[in-house]
Design a protein around this ligand. Sequence first.
Ligand SMILES: [Zn+2]
Length: 294
Amino acid sequence: MLWDAVQSPQYPILQLLKIFNVHPSASIPISIASLPAPPAAGAVALMLFPVTSDNLPLSWPLANQGVTIAVNGTSAGDVPHPPTRSSAARTLAGLDITRHAQVGSSLVMSVISTGWSSTMLLAWCGVKTVHDVVEEARTFAMDCTTAKVRSSKPAAAIRTNTLHSGASHSMGCERQGDAADVDSAVVEVSLRCPLSHGRIVIPARGVRCEHESTFDLDTFVRHALQVHSWNCPVCDGPVGLRELRVHSIVAEALFILSDLSLEVCDRIHVWPDGRWDIGSITKAKNLTKAHDVG
Ligand SMILES: [Zn+2]
């Protein structure tokens, strides 16, 4: 299949029908004498995608580079918004024109641009819901995550160390009293998603990411599908749908803290060898609340 790595996860190309060029102020009607039936049963859509001359995804134009698309004499509606962040890991952003076309009838498209050039693909595509794509990403990331089996930290030890420590400093559950261990190698990791700012549910990062910080997997996938750009919100590196991995250390911390009703703890310290401890509890009153927990 063409363009496998850059296809829209929601609209995978089933059959390419037409490739044509768009130039500013040069509207040439594009026509198909008889629109063929879609090559597969089920949910399908007739989609237009802008690409570069090298068949790489191209974002739709900014408002001041206006493009108007009509199909069989009817406006095809607003084009998708271009991504606002880095475009390094873009996927095809499609315009659904299914409702304007009829299988077996002629199809005439008029694409008028005032300042934008592109090659366009017209294709029959499969259709996946956002929920389907999120589920696919979640399942794949979990299957691929090579969780290093670490000795599970006894919950009671964490509870003891945490609840008897002051709010002004963190207390390593396995490193108490060993100040030399608190060195530059330890990294503070937030348990809040940099995209939603809410608490992370499934902590993820890209397979090539070199940082310990994570983002919420579901939030990332939904955001990427919306902007058609798959860049890590921490390092801006490319993170494709199948390059997401769950951070097993952060996942373990989230699970244990939830188990101890310590959701007030919004950051942890992570050591290179995979150990972690509670980084900070932001407010004394929250610590007091934590003390009250069983
Ligand atoms: Zn990253």
